[in-house]
Design a protein around this ligand. Structure first.
Ligand SMILES: Cc1cc2nc3c(=O)[nH]c(=O)nc-3n(C[C@H](O)[C@H](O)[C@H](O)COP(=O)(O)OP(=O)(O)OC[C@H]3O[C@@H](n4cnc5c(N)ncnc54)[C@H](O)[C@@H]3O)c2cc1C
Length: 397
């Protein structure tokens, strides 16, 4: 018979969001000053092998970087890339949106960490904390809420509150019968690292093409950038199947207007394709289960904001749970869950609308749409208030 374990709090899923939530919650104390016990479970028996396959370059906002530093998650096993400037433009037009560190008191607009480095750092931090019980190879197949307990896999794990971070397909949301609204972009993002001829000068570039957005993110090595290349239909698979020499030819076609990249010399990491969709649950919680990360809301990577959003959600949940525990109250009470969810839902909705609008407006070759968006962004670029608002959003400040 499977051993049963009872904890104060539980987390399902060991992706970026699950591990971050577990670390945040493990820092909390009960009213008597005792550290809470946290259990985190993932179906994957060997997460470290999975982390090595993650070749994404993740743009972190100032808020996310500050929280990871505060939690002492060492994401600097490899030096971080720094974003000092962001240029956004459409093929064959001049830059339509520019953000600079000068708008941010000369501080970086964001940081770039490799996905595998971030995942390994979060896992290492969890292992260092005595009050986190890590259960690998533990697939969650049954969930139930009673008046005072979240019961997982028929009691294999139980806790006052369970944070569900099992990804955008979220089997837990299905088990709990929570409706998901989703829309596939019929796009895949190719993610990999390139080495280029020119120094990137800490510039991140987003170039909109009718096939989808093409982004380069500056890494610590000034001749290397992460690429997030979103492509319509089966184009991503076609490019993936090509010999590297031909893929580099296509890359150079995309990069020829990017003055900070110059000529692409080689592809440094194996490209991987990620299917893209927008999806959000009808509610952020159900009984004693609270949804977070992609399990609650997955978005297109065009603005590089999904994990950054998850970090703000984790910080909000941590504060709500701490205020309840300090009063000797149960963390799974509706008041606690509502406090965290209500503060975040409107941010999710506005980010969903903004990213969806951006993808739809730009992945389109219609000449009228093109005229409207160029004129619109020209106006937008000239108004500092609008631009500053967008800057704050883009940098997650
Ligand atoms: C190409 C690309 C680039 C991106 N760039 C950025 C960026 O620059 N900035 C940014 O903020 N965001 C970015 N994102 C978004 C970010 O990567 C995701 O939001 C984030 O990785 C999602 O993490 P998660 O923990 O929510 O889910 P996942 O990583 O999907 O983790 C889910 C976990 O749940 C486990 N699981 C699933 N089912 C079960 C079950 N039944 N029982 C137990 N465990 C289960 C899985 O094994 C997995 O470990 C990008 C995304 C893509 C695709």
């Amino acid at each position: 018979m499977t051993q049963k374990s009872t904890h104060d709090l539980a987390v399902i899923g060991m992706g970026m969001n699950g591990m971050l939530n577990a670390i945040c919650l493990a820092g909390l104390k009960t009213a008597s000053g005792k550290a809470v016990s946290v259990c985190i479970a993932d179906k994957d028996p060997e997460p470290l092998k999975r982390f090595e396959l993650d070749n994404r370059t993740i743009a972190l906002s100032g808020f996310a970087k500050a929280l990871l530093d505060e939690l002492k998650v060492d994401i600097e096993a490899e030096p971080l890339g720094i974003i000092d400037y962001i240029y956004t433009f459409e093929k064959s037009t001049r830059p339509i949106l520019e953000f600079a560190k000068e708008q941010n008191n000369n501080q970086p607009i964001g940081w770039i960490v490799k996905g595998r480095v971030l995942l390994n750092a979060l896992y290492k931090k969890m292992q260092e904390l005595d009050n986190i019980d890590i259960k690998n190879g533990c697939e969650i197949t049954q969930l139930a809420s009673t008046s005072d307990t979240a019961i997982i896999n028929g009691g294999q794990i139980s806790a006052e509150l369970c944070v569900v971070c099992d990804g955008k397909a979220s089997p837990s949301a299905r088990l709990l019968g929570v409706k998901r609204y989703s829309h596939s972009y019929n796009q895949k993002s190719l993610s990999f690292v390139i080495e280029h001829e020119t120094e990137h000068k800490n510039i991140a570039v987003e170039q909109f093409t009718p096939n989808g957005p093409f982004a380069t993110l500056p890494l610590a090595n000034s001749h290397q950038s992460g690429v997030v290349w979103s492509l319509n239909g089966s184009l991503a698979d076609t490019l993936l199947a090509m010999p590297q020499r031909r893929l580099i030819m296509h890359l150079n076609e995309e990069c020829k207007r990017l003055k900070n990249i110059g000529f692409v010399k080689q592809i440094v990491s194996n490209p991987r394709a990620y299917p893209l969709e927008i999806s959000i649950l009808a509610k952020m919680h159900c009984g004693r289960f609270y949804f977070a990360g992609d399990a609650y809301n997955a978005i297109h990577p065009v603005a590089g904001q999904a994990f950054n959003m998850g970090v703000k959600d984790a910080a909000m949940l941590k504060d709500a749970v701490q205020s309840h525990l300090s009063l000797g109250l149960d963390a799974g009470l509706k008041t606690c869950i509502n406090e965290a969810a209500n503060a975040r839902i409107k941010h999710h909705l506005s980010l969903n609308i903004a990213t969806h609008f951006l993808v739809k407006l730009y992945s389109n070759a219609n000449p009228l749409t093109k005229l409207i968006r160029t004129a619109g962004l020209d106006v937008f670029n000239q108004f500092s208030t609008l631009k500053n608002l967008a800057f704050k959003n883009a940098s997650g400040l």
